[in-house]
Design a protein around this ligand. Structure first.
Ligand code: BES
Ligand code: ZN
Ligand code: ZN
Length: 535
């Protein structure tokens, strides 16, 4: 929990003394008037010290300084923002946001070299570094001298939203099973943000949005980080119910019996090996705006993926509690959606099951029939995500006739190999939807990479005994795309986009605002998309 205060006070002029004072500097910054003043008052030889420590304001760099007089010790943290980016997309976004003002340096009278802007992702990462330094040094009460939003080519509101999202995300720690206090990280901070008076009301609105989104990202992360022994299908359903109840959202949770009765052979087949029942959760948010479009989000909810009878090797199974990351993202996003009330209708659907082997489990070679009547040969029970998503996709299309459908799934190990951890795989045939998701991705920091989605890949999932086969023929390779084509069989008329989040959902390295474990990937993206749907 982060407690924010916004004031127009000047750095070091706060009434109460803080644990740490923070200033951001861009790559190659000039030793400005403000810095000279800081040097004169508190840190003699500051300029020399920057040189000595080779602190140049580069991305992810930081420099912590201490000064003491007879009364007190003062800590000052300088955070590097990196250099202006040549990214065309960012420049275009910036051009829209800039209102003919020239860009200023992070601390007022700095370089102002050109109109080029710094990627807001650099600022997000610097905020992550801020929390990492604070937790190491036990700083709780922090004063932050805010850079200008236009340095990043964004509005004040968006800027503040990023601050609240990232400080909440960076301070998250999955520590409920850690008994030694010394091994836990603090998750509560008092953050005093300093900005000119004219900026304060816009910043305030953004902070509120960001807090709601950041907390929702952390709800998803907590659900994902819980071990499979504590997060079975039933507990994930309960989380969705609790969110729905608190936010007065409509929710329907189908149990295994109903699922079988409805003909959802995919969910049934995956759940067979487990003693626990599967579920299908549907959450609904309705805007008061008339004639608003309906957007559907579907998330894969395998609370543990052992592979089933096509058992995974031990090391591949180590992280498989996280195979419900897509479901957690769509469920947690509804928490933020209900509070921020975008002007679109939203349906969140999560097919939820465990994938375990047993005497009752689905066997390789079995043929199953889905909700839409299509059949599939299950050659490999470890390709289970597509089986549960198949039923969920055709169910949501038929029942709600949404304007678009987007699914998020930790679907293929191949996607981790193809893209690593920094981009998820995006697949769609709808150019307009791709463009919208790309824009939401650029803004939110949940990064997507568009993969080829040509019908040439379709032949990979042919079967000689059923309509399709649940694994692609090795001849075709491209396991991420062929999995996408399996799903394509279950959306008939609706613009649809598939996100394979196997690489981005957990254990992303080098990102200062994440830790090991869940990232909550998708929550920020969904919120950015629905909040800007018509813009
Ligand atoms: N849940 C896995 C995919 C996965 C792998 C997610 C690694 C995150 C990290 C999925 O159910 C799976 O096992 N897919 C198989 C498909 C194969 C059998 C065609 C895979 O990727 O190996
Ligand atoms: Zn699997
Ligand atoms: Zn899986």
């Amino acid at each position: 929990m982060i407690n924010f205060k916004l004031t127009s006070e000047k750095l070091f002029e706060q009434k109460a003394k803080a644990d740490c004072y923070v200033t951001f500097l861009e790559s190659g910054f000039e030793f400005s008037k403000d810095l000279k003043e800081i040097e004169k008052k508190y840190f003699p030889n500051l300029e020399k010290y920057f040189e000595l420590k080779s602190f140049k304001g580069d991305e992810k760099s930081s420099l912590l300084m201490h000064a003491s007089d007879k009364k007190d010790i003062l800590h000052m943290l300088f955070l590097g923002l990196g250099a202006a980016s040549g990214d065309k997309r960012l420049q275009d976004e910036s051009a829209k946001n800039k209102k003919n003002k020239t860009s200023k340096s992070a601390i007022e009278s700095g370089s102002n070299k050109s109109d080029a802007i710094i990627d807001i992702e650099n600022f997000r990462r610097a905020l992550g570094v801020l929390i990492r330094v604070a937790e190491k040094n036990k700083f709780k009460d922090i004063v932050v001298n805010l850079p200008q939003a236009e340095l990043f080519g964004v509005t004040e509101e968006f800027f503040a939203k990023q601050i609240a999202i990232i400080l909440n995300m960076a301070s998250y720690h999955f520590d409920c099973f850690i008994t030694q206090d010394s091994c836990k990280f603090p998750q509560e901070y008092e953050i005093n943000l300093l900005a000119e008076k004219s900026r304060i009301s816009a910043l305030k609105a953004g902070l509120h949005e960001g807090e709601v989104i950041g907390e929702s990202v952390n709800i998803a992360r907590h659900a994902i980080d819980l071990p499979a022994a504590n997060m079975h299908p039933e507990e994930l359903v309960n989380l969705a119910k609790a969110i729905a109840k608190e936010n007065k959202l409509k929710i329907t949770a189908f149990g295994e019996k109903e699922i079988i009765k409805m003909g959802m052979g995919g969910l049934e087949a995956v759940s067979k090996g487990s003693d626990r029942d599967c579920a299908l959760v549907v959450m609904e948010y309705k805007t008061s705006k008339k004639n608003a479009p309906t957007l559907a989000f579907v998330g894969k909810g395998i609370t543990f993926d052992s592979g089933g009878l096509s058992l995974k090797p031990a090391n591949s199974m180590e992280t498989m509690k996280e195979d419900m990351s897509g479901a957690a993202a769509v469920i947690a996003a509804m928490n933020a959606i209900a509070q921020l009330k975008p002007e679109v209708n939203i349906i969140a659907v999560a097919p939820i099951s465990e994938n375990l082997p047993s005497g009752k489990a689905t066997k390789p070679g079995d043929i199953i029939t889905f909700y839409n009547g299509k059949t599939a040969e299950v050659r490999n029970t470890d390709a289970e995500g597509r089986l549960i998503l198949a039923d969920a996709l055709s169910y949501v299309e038929k029942t709600y006739k949404p304007d678009i459908i987007i699914d998020l799934a930790t679907l293929t190990g191949a996607c981790q190999y193809a893209l690593g951890h920094f981009y998820c795989g995006m697949m769609s045939k709808d150019a307009a939807l791709i463009a919208k998701v790309q824009k939401a991705s650029d803004l939110s920091g949940d990064r997507v990479w568009n993969l080829p989605f040509h019908d040439d890949y379709k032949a990979a999932i042919r079967s000689s005994v059923a309509d399709i086969c649940n694994i692609g023929s090795p001849k075709y390779m491209a396991g991420t795309v062929t999995a996408g084509f399996f799903l394509a069989n279950f959306v008939e008329h609706t613009p649809w986009l598939h996100l394979d989040i196997a690489g981005t959902a957990f254990d992303v390295p080098d990102m200062p605002y994440y830790r090991d474990g869940a990232t909550g990937f998708g929550v920020r993206l969904i919120l950015e998309l629905v909040q800007n749907w018509d813009k």
